[in-house]
Design a protein around this ligand. Structure first.
Ligand code: GTP
Ligand code: MG
Length: 314
């Protein structure tokens, strides 16, 4: 456990007493004074430090706006898609890309693993990417192609992407737990999980496993939100789609998998679908700050592009 402006001794005592960041944040200052043998003022400071760390300290809307303006955004490679997303993929939140086969989810993830490394001026965050690969689809060859079209140093680009293949949900959770150490140490600015749905859908089959599945999804989603806020990183997850018979929510006969336990977790939800040839359509369908809108982008040899830029790459 790490808490800014709290001494190591106090942290140790908190850990020994079984406190987590969350339980400190909701503790009564009086309770901490006796457990830690500190005065009330000091106990209040510890609670505020935990609230800050979790990003739950009450602040004015004006301060909130200032913090929001400072948040990092990673360009997707398509200006049109960036504009629909409010500047790209934002830090401190979860963005979901849902779509069918070949809709462009993995290609967008690859592009963002490269783009996060760009300078701030170029639309990056000068950071590394951590790619959780649940489907064994990571392709260094594809990363190399994307990077070479942008004249980037290939070895650096590849070295700045950490790939973690996962076997099942248990393994996925243990990798996510380890990220507490890895993210700050490696200057990770983008965490990708491609695909978030696959382990859940193959392991928790049948109605009797639904509750266990929902609990696990919530547990992991909570951890992802915490990592996003605490370390100011962008979390990008892909999701599969399932047939939807009663459809008024998503405007098509398909909807993202994983149900309601997951549906409220991502701050930005994007639905991807194929168009003609290499064209793809992205629709932002659930966002707390942007209107529902569509963007047309292309999957080219050089990666993600707009109509205007794609001809440069083919
Ligand atoms: P699933 O993982 O199958 O659910 O699909 P996805 O949405 O992840 O699709 P993905 O992003 O892998 O593929 C989108 C499109 O990118 C496909 O139609 C591929 O043809 C295209 N694509 C994949 N690799 C390359 C490549 O090396 N060059 C080019 N030009 N296109 C590619
Ligand atoms: Mg894929």
């Amino acid at each position: 456990m790490k808490l800014k402006e709290v001494s190591k001794e106090i942290l140790l005592k908190l850990e020994e007493a079984g406190f987590t960041l969350e339980s400190i944040a909701i503790a009564q200052a009086e309770d901490l004074t006796s457990t830690l043998n500190i005065d009330l003022e000091e106990a209040k400071k510890v609670i505020i430090a935990a609230e800050k760390e979790l990003g739950i300290l009450p602040i004015s809307a004006a301060e909130f706006l200032k913090l929001e303006e400072k948040r990092g955004k990673i360009t997707t490679g398509s200006n049109e898609l960036d504009s629909v997303l409010g500047g790209g993929i934002w830090t401190q939140e979860i963005t979901e890309l849902a779509g069918g086969f070949s809709s462009g989810k993995t290609q967008l993830c690859f592009q963002l693993c490269v783009n996060v490394q760009l300078s701030y001026n170029e639309g990056g965050l000068e950071g590394k990417a951590f790619f959780v690969d649940t489907e064994r689809t990571f392709s260094p060859k594809r990363i190399t192609e994307i990077a070479s079209y942008r004249n980037l140093e290939i070895d650096d680009v590849l070295n700045n992407i950490i790939i973690a293949p996962t076997l099942n949900t248990h393994h996925l959770f243990s990798i996510i737990e380890q990220l507490e150490d890895v993210i700050p140490k490696e200057r990770i600015k983008l965490l990708v999980i491609d695909s978030f749905a696959s382990h859940f859908r193959s392991e928790y089959i049948g109605k009797e496993k639904l509750i266990a599945r929902q609990q696990k999804i919530m547990q992991i989603a909570e951890k992802l939100t915490l990592l996003a806020v605490r370390y100011d990183i962008a979390v990008l997850v892909t999701n599969q789609i399932i047939a939807n018979v009663e459809d008024f929510l998503y405007g098509s006969s398909e909807e993202p998998a994983l149900g309601f336990a997951w549906a409220h977790r991502p701050q930005q939800r994007v639905f991807l679908r194929k168009s003609r040839g290499s064209a793809r359509i992205a629709r932002l369908f659930d966002s707390s700050r942007m209107p529902e809108r569509e963007a047309l982008f292309y999957v080219t040899e050089a990666g993600i592009a707009d109509a205007a830029t794609r001809d440069m790459y083919v």
